[in-house]
Design a binder for this molecule. Structure first.
Ligand code: CTP
Length: 459
């Protein structure tokens, strides 16, 4: 019996897939089809797959050509499968010509002509109108957003707004997008807004974007007051709009795997979380000079509080901030201590003090540790009482990692809410509450809206 194997995502199963499977089957007597898992697609940068694994498997089954369907979960699995199933022929479409020549050491390799003018990517774009995204702000993070957005299908970066028109123009020229001088024109030209302006301006921009019927992806910290977060989420929900806080770690595959392992019971009950993120910042930068909204906690607090909220929840019994301040009074180094009924946590962040950045989760049976940069999670270990037993996990983190949150934002706009659990509304509200508590403890909680002049200076 001649065994043939082929692989693919088979998203939105189309004629090209059908014809490939038909010809693959005709190459032998028994056809095995490997369908990629969701996690594998994410790690290899194939974002925005529409159909679930179960649907894709069912669609392949319905073609009637597959004698056996398996799941492809990782790089390097193909050779193992060929050996395991004693395969005679490996086949894929001609778009892969040459890529799988290394398989010739194990079996015959056949590249079948690809069917012209059809692909899952094409169907995804046709099915869902491209979302035109407008960026507010032109800082470092906005610079990273544009190249990342090119890697997510279904979005196009339309233009940029910054009240400081010169900055907007320079940014727009660099990325070959539009620069808008008037906010109204900007809103008219986009479907969704990515807000990457200074923290204190987020609330007003979110409010006016939602008010113009636009979905919003806002950089962390989304807002600095709990009531503001609640109000904005309520408004978005009532108007069928997506409001989404962009903490890249929350959406990356490695961090989600880490949470899964931490909560799986292998380390027992979680009793302690210690997390730290420091980044030495230039003292002349806004982060260390903005006396109202600068400092380590507003800058990095969202990252360090994320694992604490995800693992221990948002109802701690006690929260305390210990701070090392610079000459201008801003927090250079902040330690947040939290007490829960059955656990404790410390979340540390710094812009003017360097420390070891790591995430340590201690449980009744073992502990999980991810070294810096754990916020771009790509590797972590689980240790037990027996020092010889160590479980190691790795997961790619691609580029700047903004592609993951953007892809989930887009899925939500398109009505698929399967990523909502990664950062829930109540977690975002809790984060805003922590910012508020801290700023008020620092005597910076005044209800003072920044003047237009101040905003311009800050952009
Ligand atoms: N295929 C084909 N003809 C097409 C599209 C795909 O022969 N028009 C083949 C591919 O070469 C591959 C298999 O079908 O062997 C599964 O491909 P997959 O990547 O799932 O489909 P695409 O439509 O290429 O998906 P995407 O646009 O997401 O890359």
């Amino acid at each position: 019996m001649k065994k043939v194997i082929t692989y693919g995502t088979f998203d939105l199963l189309h004629e090209g897939h059908y014809r490939l499977l038909e010809r693959a089957k005709a190459l032998g007597d028994y056809l095995i089809v490997g369908v990629t898992s969701e996690a594998y697609d994410k790690t290899r940068g194939k974002l925005n797959v529409v159909d679930s694994l179960a649907t894709r498997i069912e669609n392949v089954r319905k073609t009637g050509f597959a004698d056996e369907i398996i799941v492809e979960e990782s790089l390097g699995q193909k050779v193992q499968d060929v050996k395991k199933y004693q395969v005679d022929i490996f086949t894929v479409g001609s778009d892969w010509t040459g890529v799988f020549d290394y398989m010739k050491d194990y079996c015959e390799v056949v590249y079948l002509d690809r069917t012209k003018n059809i692909s899952s990517t094409m169907l995804r774009i046709q099915n869902r109108r491209i979302q035109r995204i407008g960026i507010v702000g032109t800082g470092r993070i906005a610079e990273r957003f544009v190249p990342e957005s090119k890697l997510v299908s279904g979005v196009s970066t339309q233009g940029v707004y910054n009240p400081h028109t010169e900055s907007a123009k320079k940014f727009a020229d660099r990325w070959e997008i539009e620069a808008y001088e008037e906010l109204e024109d900007f809103y008219q030209s986009v479907d969704a807004v990515y807000i990457a302006s200074p923290h204190e301006t987020h609330y007003d921009y979110i409010k006016s974007s939602l008010g113009h019927g636009k979905h919003v992806l806002c950089e962390k910290p989304m807002v600095l007051k709990k009531a503001q977060a609640e109000e904005l989420f309520q408004y978005a929900r009532a108007h069928d709009l997506i409001l989404f806080e962009g903490i890249k770690t929350a959406y990356c595959p490695g961090f989600n795997r880490l949470l899964g392992v931490a909560c799986s019971g292998v380390i027992g009950n979680i009793r302690n979380v210690e997390v730290c993120f420091t980044k030495l910042e230039n003292p002349a930068n806004r982060e260390l000079t903005d006396s109202l909204y600068g400092g380590s906690l507003t800058e990095l607090g969202s990252y360090v509080m994320l694992p604490v909220l995800k693992l221990l929840g948002d109802s701690c019994e006690d929260i305390r901030f210990d701070v090392i301040r610079g000459e201008n009074g801003l927090d250079l180094f902040t330690k947040i201590s939290l007490v829960y009924p059955n656990a404790i946590a410390t979340a540390t962040c710094g812009l003017g003090v360097k420390s070891e950045g790591r995430l340590l989760i201690s449980g009744t049976k073992g502990y999980l540790v991810a070294e810096a940069p754990w916020w771009k999670t790509s590797y972590f270990e689980v240790h037990y009482e027996d020092p010889l037993k160590v479980d190691k996990y790795s997961e790619p983190f691609l580029g700047y990692g903004l592609r993951y949150e953007l892809s989930d934002f887009l899925s939500m706009i398109n009505g698929r809410n399967s990523s909502e659990f990664k950062l829930t509304r109540s977690e975002s509200v809790a984060l805003a509450g922590i910012m508020e508590k801290f700023l008020s403890a620092e005597g910076r909680g005044r209800d003072k809206a920044p003047s237009e002049g101040q905003r311009r200076d800050n952009m």
